[in-house]
Design a protein around this ligand. Structure first.
Ligand code: AGP
Length: 370
């Protein structure tokens, strides 16, 4: 068993460390660095489809839903297509206003999640085109879909999804670049910047994992007994805050909340006191100043503030207890890096608590029954 885990104590830790490789495999043959573009043959849509799509609906559950939430930013800001993101369980049975001209992207690691499958089926019946982003080849959702664009993370054993999340982000980014180029909504320079940044990702991710894991492990040790933990983020990193909280809940059984930083003063700020660790995701992006303001507010309420910030952010250092640094990358790329220390944090807390990390109580890897 140890051999299957390649020397790691748990599959989850192994899979966290596999992410640079998983991303490399998922990008292979798809990035077109020469033209600052994406090779679309594996996306399974025609250039005509790309131009005629009027709206995109992203449907997913759990961690895949968080990837889809960040994917919406890509589809809107890179491809400039109106996009909504929906929990599959809430979409189905709602008599959704969807039909011809709409593209549904069903995001699912297993390709077998019942709610996502049924939601996609309902959308198909109404005339929408269905694209699956899945990791398991030949699974139910890609089979019912009009096209399948696979992630190549390899089998994910841990119930807590990690490497599949980051490869889903990669596919959503590639889809957005491909659509943006064909629709004429993505300019040459920006496309090249994104493609080059994606190509660098495996290296950067490796650096972030090895560069942050000791600090993150120390933080997990310090805060393992906290009763509540808050994760705050804005924009592209709001879904990462949600994902950080989901990971912590599912494997360490610690109550955690992910919150849009801008919603803090509308309620949750009342939770903060000196016993509550507050993780603030604040890479240098268009939301930075405002998120920085939230960090100051959390600190003023004596929260234990930990910033996930861009390297060299002196202000983050002077205001927070600890800073987890990530390299400076184009803002659209930051979620690939900020999620890594968040996954590691939940892993180490769970390991310190001695929970069954790979098989947490009450959870199934794939929810195939109602
Ligand atoms: C992730 O850590 C969870 N165990 C869970 O939320 C999962 O992402 C969800 O069930 C969706 O699964 P899928 O991607 O296989 O559809």
């Amino acid at each position: 068993v140890m051999a299957e885990k390649a020397g790691f104590k748990h599959f989850m830790l192994k899979e966290i460390h596999e992410q640079p490789r998983a991303i490399e495999d998922t990008l292979r043959g798809r990035l077109d660095r020469e033209h600052g573009d994406v090779h679309g043959h594996e996306i399974g849509l025609s250039d005509d489809d790309a131009r005629s799509i009027k709206r995109v609906f992203l449907l997913a559950c759990g961690t895949s839903h968080h990837a889809a939430m960040t994917g919406r930013y890509y589809l809107e800001s890179i491809a400039r297509i109106p996009t909504s993101v929906e929990l599959a369980s809430e979409f189905r049975g709602r008599e959704p206003m969807i039909g011809e001209g709409d593209l549904v992207v069903a995001v699912s690691q297993s390709g077998e999640t019942i709610d996502t499958l049924i939601a996609a089926r309902e959308a198909k019946e109404r005339g929408a085109k269905i694209l699956a982003i899945a990791n398991v080849i030949g699974s139910a959702i890609p089979r019912m879909a009009d096209a399948a664009f696979y992630t190549h993370a390899g089998p994910e054993i841990g119930v807590a999804s990690t490497k599949c999340f980051s490869t889903q982000l990669a596919n959503l980014m590639m889809l957005s670049i491909w659509l943006g180029k064909r629709r004429g909504s993505l300019d040459e320079a920006k496309a090249r910047e994104l493609v080059e940044a994606m190509a660098r990702l495996p290296l950067l991710m490796r650096d972030v994992i090895t560069g942050t894991r000791q600090l993150v492990c120390n933080l997990a040790k310090r805060y393992r007994d906290a009763r509540d933990v808050l994760f705050l983020g804005r924009g592209l990193n709001y879904p990462i805050a949600l994902e950080a909280a989901l990971k912590l809940k599912e494997i360490s059984y610690v109550h955690a909340e992910g919150y849009a930083a801008g919603e803090m003063k509308h309620g949750p700020i009342a939770l903060i006191d000196s016993a509550v660790p507050v993780f603030v995701l604040m890479p240098k992006d268009r939301w930075y100043e405002r998120t920085h303001g939230n960090l100051q507010e959390a600190k003023a309420r004596e929260g234990q503030v930990i910033a996930i910030a861009t390297e060299g952010d002196e202000s983050a250092h002077s205001l927070s207890q600890d800073v987890i640094e990530v390299p400076d990358v184009p803002e659209a790329i930051t979620p690939f890096l900020t999620v890594l220390p968040m996954q590691l944090y939940s892993y180490y807390v769970a390991d310190f608590k001695g929970t069954d990390v790979d098989q947490p109580r009450n959870l199934a890897k794939t929810v195939t029954v109602e």
